[in-house]
Write a protein of this length. Structure first.
Ligand SMILES: [Zn+2]
Ligand SMILES: [Zn+2]
Length: 112
């Protein structure tokens, strides 16, 4: 199924022909602090999703102890995707469920 979405101001956009690999709600402290809420991650392979727009990046240590990168829209500062540490999930980008225009077609499958 095709999906698309973006940030609050619309400067950052994404689209893909595929459903996320899985949708996971992670309640760990890191994910809550990075997102400001309970995190709903939608991971894709880097080549499976088109990302467009300018972002700022913020390095943080995930639960694994390795460095992940959170990307935020340069204009509205909403978090638009994470790049997990390559030691944990190489070649993956994880989009927040809330950014999807098709959010009504997707639901979390796993909570941890
Ligand atoms: Zn924005
Ligand atoms: Zn987490």
């Amino acid at each position: 199924m095709k999906h698309h979405g973006g940030c609050h101001c619309g400067q950052f956009k994404f689209d893909t022909d595929l459903d996320p690999m899985f949708i996971i709600q992670c309640n760990c402290t890191n994910c809550r602090r990075i997102t400001g809420t309970y995190a709903l991650h939608c991971p894709y392979g880097e080549t499976e999703v088109n990302l467009s727009g300018d972002t700022d990046s913020y390095l943080f240590k995930g639960g694994s102890g390795y460095e992940s990168v959170a990307h935020t829209c340069k204009k509205c500062h909403v978090r638009v995707y994470n790049k997990p540490a390559p030691e944990v999930m190489d070649g993956i980008v994880s989009l927040p469920l809330g950014g999807f225009d098709t959010v009504d077609k997707l639901a979390p499958k796993v909570e941890m």
